[in-house]
Design a protein around this ligand. Sequence first.
Ligand code: ATP
Ligand code: PAF
Ligand code: BAL
Length: 275
Amino acid sequence: MTYVIHTRDELAGVTKRAVTRAVVMTMGALHEGHRQLMREARRRGDEVIVTIFVNPLQFGPNEDFDKYPRTLEADIEACRAEGVDVVFAPARDEVYPGGPPSITMNAGPLGEILEGASRPGHFAGMLTVVHKLLMLTRPDLAFFGEKDFQQLALIRRMAVDLELGVEIVGVPTVREPDGLAMSSRNRYLSPDERQAALALSRALREGATHTEAEAALTAARKILADEPGVRVDYLALTGADLGAPAAGPARLLVAARVGATRLIDNVPLTLEKAA
Ligand SMILES: Nc1ncnc2c1ncn2[C@@H]1O[C@H](COP(=O)(O)OP(=O)(O)OP(=O)(O)O)[C@@H](O)[C@H]1O
Ligand SMILES: CC(C)(CO)[C@@H](O)C(=O)[O-]
Ligand code: BAL
């Protein structure tokens, strides 16, 4: 029997596998946010793979690659507790056997704004390793957190633009009871800095109570300005696709330094009126 097919839906029908494989990519130092991704992956996948790899390619020369927390034993325990089937924790040479790759991803215009403006090359390095890890693990589903909202948008874009044949699933941000977005980098904060860092989620929460763009930004800006321990890198209001804000679903995003630690956060909001 020879099938001749003409549409991508038909192609998906003939290439569909019996088992649904789900992947969660991480840099380790796992917390409840990562565990939520694993639970979603477990719920939708027959097989769950967690990757743990601190990717040198996405760190700038003055960033925290060397001091990034590495807690492999505890991470494996967390994966076990979530019923993960496979933990893939490769060494650098395993991912980049020939040294740094000469062919890499270009993150396009969306990779140049916000995080991309502050961290040149970050998204190209991130997309390159995500693409490699997708090729190595060959999943049907891949789970990423909304905490890294621009990253999630870029990975979705790459999957569509390059026909990667993987469904990218976004998972809402998991927060500490006091509102702080969970992040491996929260470990760097002193008790005073952690207190100051609460201004980020407080500002976003307050901003999101407004339905007019300028009012949302002004409210968030004021809360950030009132916290001397926080140095804002950017506060931005965008459409839900990170484009210009219009009436409807939008996103309020912040990046700031608290001491030496750079944190990001974002929340959804709905605008009645654009800026
Ligand atoms: N609080 C969170 N809620 C939901 N998903 C999260 C949260 N924090 C991280 N993730 C997601 O977990 C995946 C792995 O992220 P990563 O290992 O970089 O953790 P991280 O806490 O974001 O670390 P970092 O502090 O270095 O930014 C990403 O898809 C990221 O968006
Ligand atoms: C997606 C990722 C694992 C790629 O290194 C990283 O950027 C992260 O942990 O968010
Ligand atoms: N959590 C996003 C990866 C990074 O900051 O390098």
